[in-house]
Write a protein that binds this ligand. Structure first.
Ligand SMILES: [Zn+2]
Length: 200
């Protein structure tokens, strides 16, 4: 790299470029995705293996993916960069930001499983229960994934809602985005205010 470029690049991108991997920086020159939104972990063709250890926090809201294991998502992009998010809401944000990166596999926590930490299931094999009484993560209109259609049917019988495929659940996530963002912003502001009050 030419010396002038080596000096000007960090000035341009600041800590973001420094935090990114060499491969991620390399692709920044050929990729229209804004640098600050490119997945920060190095390329990993099997990002879904031990995904919570690799992606402990949602990059878009900062929430713990271990805590929200049941709602978490993982998007594996074609260049093997991957994005681990807390929810479908933040997964939808990842997909909308990484516009020059093809998603080759998308995973979601499987609520048909009784495991303490839900395993991931391919979204293509999942049934999404949308709009039930079950609590949503980052949304007022919950979207809960089940790897087994029978589990989704049972959950609907108990909690209401509608069972849809991933494409429709994703559409609902984008449709709900405006209201959810507005509500989340208020909640987070309120939480910060209370934290400040407790400190003083
Ligand atoms: Zn999130």
């Amino acid at each position: 790299m030419d010396r002038r470029l080596a000096i000007s690049l960090p000035a341009l991108f600041g800590s973001l470029a420094a935090a990114g991997s060499a491969s991620a920086q390399g692709s920044a020159t050929t990729d229209g995705t804004p640098a600050q939104f490119m997945p920060k972990r190095p390329a990993d063709a099997a990002a879904q293996v031990n995904d919570i250890e690799k992606f402990p926090k949602c990059p878009y809201c900062g929430m713990s993916r271990r805590q929200f294991h049941h709602a978490r998502m993982l998007v594996q992009y074609s260049d093997h960069l991957a994005d681990g998010t807390c929810s479908l809401h933040c997964g939808a944000i990842s997909l909308s930001l990484n516009i020059d990166r093809e998603p080759v596999a998308i995973w979601v926590g499987d609520n048909a499983s009784a495991d303490e930490v839900k395993p991931l299931v391919d979204v293509g094999k999942a049934s999404f229960l949308v709009g039930s009484k079950l609590p949503g993560v980052m949304t007022g209109n919950s979207k809960v994934a089940y790897g087994d259609p029978a589990a989704a049917t049972a959950a609907r019988a108990a909690n209401g809602g509608e069972i849809v495929k991933f494409e429709q659940a994703l559409l609902a996530a984008y449709t709900d985005m405006a209201q959810d963002v507005s509500r989340i912003r208020k909640n987070r502001e309120e939480r910060r205010r209370r934290a400040m009050e407790q400190k003083s």
